[in-house]
Design a protein around this ligand. Structure first.
Ligand SMILES: *[C@@H]1O[C@H](CO)[C@@H](O)[C@H](O)[C@H]1NC(C)=O
Ligand SMILES: *[C@@H]1O[C@H](CO)[C@@H](O)[C@H](O)[C@H]1NC(C)=O
Ligand SMILES: *[C@@H]1O[C@H](CO)[C@@H](O)[C@H](O)[C@H]1NC(C)=O
Ligand SMILES: *[C@@H]1O[C@H](CO)[C@@H](O)[C@H](O)[C@H]1NC(C)=O
Ligand SMILES: *[C@@H]1O[C@H](CO)[C@@H](O)[C@H](O)[C@H]1NC(C)=O
Ligand SMILES: *[C@@H]1O[C@H](CO)[C@@H](O)[C@H](O)[C@H]1NC(C)=O
Length: 394
């Protein structure tokens, strides 16, 4: 009798151990499957499907580029975000930013931040001296799991005079061990890259980053923006509700900027206190409609892939962002201020540097020409909305 009981309990113990082992195996395989950067290699999709423009040639990786407009060449998806971000069935919001090699560290920072838990699409402008930035970011993407999950990188360069076709971009293959690519080494390698010294084609860069984004919902921002806690996740449900490619609705994000002081009309939306009150008495993010302000309004928007893009002939630093906001108003879009989330501009823009005023002086010469072109396009495309948006001053 006792023996039989002992036999039973032994069998029970064996059964329990077996169940535990099976659980462990199940979780371990799941963990492996969910590890960023490794999912793709196991899922049966071939490399050439993910990177159709990429080829391995000996020591080098070569990316085909495509001509973009009159003057530029673009290689899309030089790195591709491997994260899914669609587990909840919602379309993720892509953070859409643009930069030169000067901001490599900020790009890494955006990808590492927990506040942006979603895909990040970056257009990078390079020239001869700064092209090593591509190699660097490619390496960070290979070695850092957060960057690997989030970063899709698109490289833009300006064609030379008389150059007719776009040449490929090639970078050296690396086989270093990722644990030796630590903060010290990264900082040293970033420091070696000399940033480009050219007029930065800001609206081309904004558009390339949107076109290369992995999702249909785009939050266009400055690379130095710092987002409030849980931004991408908090905004996801409401963004899916408003930004659907049909209803012509836009979400406006509150920005607290240090250059508020210097440029108040550009960033003031509703009174700050009103926004805080509205955000406090609700738990879910929501939005309420606000009017278009004026042609100096530099609204930060969440938009759809199908919504208008920035006019690329508008000179850099002369209402380059505001022109899109104006067009959206003329196209009869409505603006909705989102509660709960905000961002802060990190860079304190106090003084014009000699370089930035030189850019402005150069670009001002294009002002009249591009203004005429823009207004002609706007008036003929959207003839009936002048009264609701007012005149565009540039
Ligand atoms: C870039 O990759 C995404 C997927 O990550 C793909 O949907 C998109 O078509 C690619 N873009 C281009 C221009 O190849
Ligand atoms: C980074 O790696 C280098 C070379 O592998 C090593 O000499 C250095 O001590 C490391 N630095 C840190 C902070 O770990
Ligand atoms: C939140 O509070 C503000 C001011 O107290 C009020 O105007 C607003 O209607 C409230 N919002 C909601 C959705 O209850
Ligand atoms: C703009 O949208 C409103 C509805 O939001 C509509 O009543 C109006 O006719 C539209 N105007 C134009 C010019 O399409
Ligand atoms: C800008 O140039 C002027 C001379 O034209 C010089 O005096 C000034 O120090 C320069 N400013 C900066 C910030 O380099
Ligand atoms: C655009 O249309 C508005 C109103 O119809 C008019 O006042 C303005 O002069 C036009 N601008 C141009 C450049 O045609």
């Amino acid at each position: 009798m006792e023996n039989r009981m002992r036999g039973k309990s032994r069998a029970l113990v064996h059964f329990c151990v077996l169940v535990q082992i099976m659980c462990c195996v199940y979780y371990a395989t799941n963990m492996i499957r969910h590890r960023p950067g490794f999912a793709v290699q196991h899922s049966g999709i071939s490399d050439s499907e993910i990177y159709p423009n990429r080829k391995y040639e000996g020591e080098y990786i070569r990316y085909e580029t495509k001509k973009y407009g009159q003057d530029f060449c673009v290689a899309y998806n030089v790195t591709r975000a491997t994260g899914n971000f669609r587990d909840d069935g919602l379309e993720p919001i892509s953070l859409v930013i643009h930069a030169t090699s000067h901001f490599m560290r900020e790009i890494e920072g955006q990808c590492s931040s927990r506040n942006w838990n979603g895909p990040i699409s970056v257009s990078l402008f390079v020239d001869r001296t700064s092209s090593e930035a591509v190699e660097y970011l490619h390496e960070v993407h290979r070695c850092s799991s957060k960057v690997n999950q989030k970063l899709s990188l698109h490289v833009v360069y300006r064609m030379s005079p008389f150059q007719k076709t776009c040449d490929p971009i090639s970078i050296k293959r690396s086989n270093r061990k990722c644990n030796s690519f630590n903060a010290t080494i990264r900082s040293r390698e970033r420091g070696r890259v000399i940033p480009p010294f050219q007029i930065y084609p800001i609206n081309v860069m904004r558009n390339v980053a949107r076109k290369g984004a992995l999702s249909d919902i785009h939050m266009a921002a400055d690379v130095e923006m710092v987002f409030s806690e849980g931004f991408a996740v908090k905004m996801k449900p409401i963004a899916n509700q408003y930004i659907n490619g049909k209803d012509k609705k836009l979400l406006v994000i509150r920005a607290f900027e240090f250059h508020h002081k210097y440029f108040p009309a550009g960033h003031t939306i509703e009174s700050l206190w009103q926004w805080f009150r509205m955000s406090k008495n609700q738990t879910e993010a929501y939005a309420w409609q606000i009017g278009y302000k004026s042609s100096s309004w530099e609204a930060q928007l969440i938009m759809h892939r199908k919504d208008p893009y920035n006019p690329e002939y508008i000179p850099t630093r002369i209402r380059d962002q505001q022109s899109l906001v104006y067009e959206l108003c003329r196209a009869n879009y409505t603006f909705h201020l989102a509660s709960h989330v905000f961002n802060v501009h990190r860079g304190v823009k106090t003084k014009e540097t000699n370089l930035s005023s030189a850019v402005l002086t150069h670009q001002k010469r294009l002002r009249t020409r591009s203004y005429k072109r823009f207004m002609h396009y706007i008036n003929s495309t959207y003839p009936d909305t002048f009264d609701q948006c007012g005149r565009f001053v540039m």
